[in-house]
Design a protein around this ligand. Sequence first.
Ligand code: HEM
Length: 477
Amino acid sequence: MTTELSLANVQGDILVGFSKKVELFYFFQIDNADAFRAQLTNLVPLISPADKTIGEKAEIRKKKEEHRQNVDVGYGTVIKPVHFPVVGVNIAFSATGLQKLQFIDNPKLNDVIFDNGMKQDAKELGDNNANPGADFKPDWDPAFLQDIHGVVLIAGDSFDTTSKKLADVKASLSTNSVSSIIEVATLAGDVRPGENSGHEHFGYLDGISQPAIDGVDEKILPGQAKINQGVVLLGRKGDTGNSPPWALDGSILAFRKLPQKVPEFEKFLLESAKSSNIDIPDGANGADILGARLVGRWKSGAPVRLAPLADDPELGKDEQRNNKFKFSSNSQRSCPFAAHVRKMNPRGDLDAEIINERLILRRGIPFGPEVTSEEKITNKTQNERGLYFVSYQSNLANGFSFLQKSWANNEKFPVEKPFLSGFDPIIGQKVDQSPPREMIGANGDNVSSPMKLEAQWVNSKGGEYFFSPSIPTLKNV
Ligand code: HEM
């Protein structure tokens, strides 16, 4: 009989999400399994469970509110910007990492996609082939072509505090200066600066729509989906898989490095807006409208379903309203079927029960510098930037892997008759990129002319599936 969920048992990034300006992803191989298992006792106290993460987030909110009130009463000039040195640490293991750990005879999750690892899934995900014409080899960064056994996530307010915490993590996993792990790569993401904070690199506010978890989230916002704990946590109500007892209260973490071609995307919007026949009200910016129709939200976060013709920043930031909508199942006047948020959460197009099993918790962070003036002039990406995508789900056949393959990459979804919806213009991948991807509905209900989407603006450069165990399981490994 499974006991009631305790937030002290679940790693904090899963159910709550770390507060972060910066996040380090430390990918490692286990060199000496016996030593590693012994040293985990030193590491576990550094791991942030969900109850601690909730407390820290509440504290940050309180401090920000106090700060805002002080500024409001006119002391703003003498008060220094608020600074919260909060750092969250979590750990997760790949399928080969669980094997390597040797903490149990057969450490499989019975999730075929997880147990085989992301390299095996890359072709079906539509990732590019580095060996065209020969056996498929994903066109990934070399680090992800290696065996990665695990990842430590360290999220916090600055590079300084997160780097210091990483040093503590490494020290906890070594005895007499001999480490039980080998570093494969350390990637660093950071929230974009200034007014772009919270926006991904194409410029759109991110992290608006997340499902609420039954029995965990007290506040449910208008329009927010409520999901069973088992959609995210293994072994809980609603988990459709067949996982072993030691997996209880763990979650599968999908990590993807997704570089974004920002100047090329912007050039496409500008040129297409000039040539296509989208309705552009007087004085409005055609590229902005087109971009909003590809994403399904304006840059401010306002959904095009509620604000079809112009951005509405008040709506974008109003959490009481910015998720309160459904698509009208036979129309794409306000939002194309293929728009990224409609593909990923086709609310109103399908029954809520079907969608709710496929919702994921997204915990990604941007990486890379802002677009330079030279890149703007040449319309060519010269510096790599994009999204370190992170999602949590209890199984991949419903979560990330399903969403990418069956919805984003599937031109028949959500509608195939009397026309094909087309590819998700933001993340949809087409194995053979020639001819280019197409989508319907960028021009409203004019379905006669699909829009050619050119080469992809987001191309995966690798990743891995990890299992983020419960704290009790970490203690028993
Ligand atoms: C929502 C951008 C990759 C799944 C969004 C939003 C933006 C965005 C701007 C709207 C904000 C929000 O609702 O929170 C991007 C970019 C990506 C990317 C630029 C790649 C560089 C992915 C991937 C997946 C995904 C790989 C999963 C396969 C979702 C989901 C939502 C979402 C589930 C919420 C939809 C809703 O509930 O309305 N994304 N995304 N995204 N994205 Fe992505």
